[in-house]
Design a protein around this ligand. Sequence first.
Ligand code: GDP
Ligand code: MG
Length: 462
Amino acid sequence: MFERLTEGISNAVRGVGGKSADAAREEFVGTVRDRLLDSDVHPDVTSRLVDRLQRRLSAPDQDTSAAPSARFMDGLREEMIGILGGQPEPLRLKSSGTSAIMLVGLQGTGKTTTVGKLARHLAGQGKSVMLVPLDVRRPAAIDQLRILGESLDVPVWGTTAQSKPVKEARAAIKAADKQGIDVVLLDTAGRLAIDRELMDEIATLRDKVRPQEILYVLDAMAGQSAVQTAEAFAETVKPTGIVLTKVDADPRGGAVLSVGARTGIPVKYMGVGEKHADLEPFDPQRIVNRLLDMGDIESLTEKFDAAVSAEEAEALGERMMSGKFSLEDFGRQLELMGSMGPLENILGMIPGGKGLAKQMRDLSLAETEIKRTLAIIRSMTPKERRNPRLIGNSHKKRISAGSGTSVGDVNRVLKRYKTMQKLMKQLSKSPMRALQGLMGGGGGFPGMGGGGGLPPGFPGGR
Ligand code: GDP
Ligand code: MG
């Protein structure tokens, strides 16, 4: 997702070099504006963001010790986070008794799919859930939800076709309360377009059932027309939150960036695929990090968690971020990468990695490099791994012989490790500086042409 916007902004930063501060800023801000509009971000939202960015970057108290591109990107990052609402907005459920979450929206936007995703998400938090079909005019919709419930192993209310939605919803909530169920998910009927009847039905449900949350489900692929429908819904139905679906299929991100700011309603979740697990809480900071390709360290940590025990991951993460990063850690990290699925996904989460991933057409080559690097690290003694400064020429010969490599290979691994260690240290202090370190002092972001190749510290890098 957001590939186009990310690419555009990377280019904007690349254009900054070799100009006076004012000219560079004007060009950066202008390019950001163009790219946001290209990405189908609402014009009002774009000008709001660009005005704030302009003001911030031309403020007199600029930290001139940071390179312009770093300041520009930090400024853009802050303003984008602000436009997206700053903080994640959790669901507001009752602390005891049964809470009701009603999902509303046009047909085909992903209401029923989202009901399934939310059921799984809530169950993962230890909550018991019941699904309630309220599309009483379509027996097929009732069946669809029953099958969904079976696959998730959660109860589904036995709504009768042609019954009244309010009556069914109330009866379901009452029964759920009796059974001690924490949350009921109400799957309402959609329409092909907004009409009076739909709005009335939703308003009646809202007033008579009084759900804790009314989530408006919106298809991100519809771009600005999605934002328009959202504005209409926001006025009449007054949802408590928005779920943006099909974000995985939207390379532009216009709706993602505009809808919250346009409606004043917080986006609470994003649908990023068709499977039950493809739901993410909407976290502005994470989204912007990912968008600006600054590395989604938290997601990376989560993947670590899945691959290794939480403790080991935490310890490794801490060592990585503190710069106390031994060759053992380096090797372990490479091993983890191997077990964390396609390297490309991981690269998308490390600083500058998105550009790299593109260049890594021959993934298998990188994997051979990883194997060679691991062989070299394994041929070292534990003492050498902990203190690489001890490794002299005779040691290098032994290590290369033991791993079936050359002394040059050993030197390259040691050099990558050192750069990686330095990078981790910088990363813990200032992500933007670390990025510049990756650029090796030259212009351009890593992997964005110019510099080319992999950054130091990575297999296949220099
Ligand atoms: P409803 O009419 O609003 O209940 O929509 P459905 O839940 O039946 O979904 C309509 C279609 O959108 C289905 O084919 C879903 O698989 C698909 N869909 C829903 N959410 C997502 C998503 O986040 N990503 C993608 N790629 N497809 C989705
Ligand atoms: Mg449906």
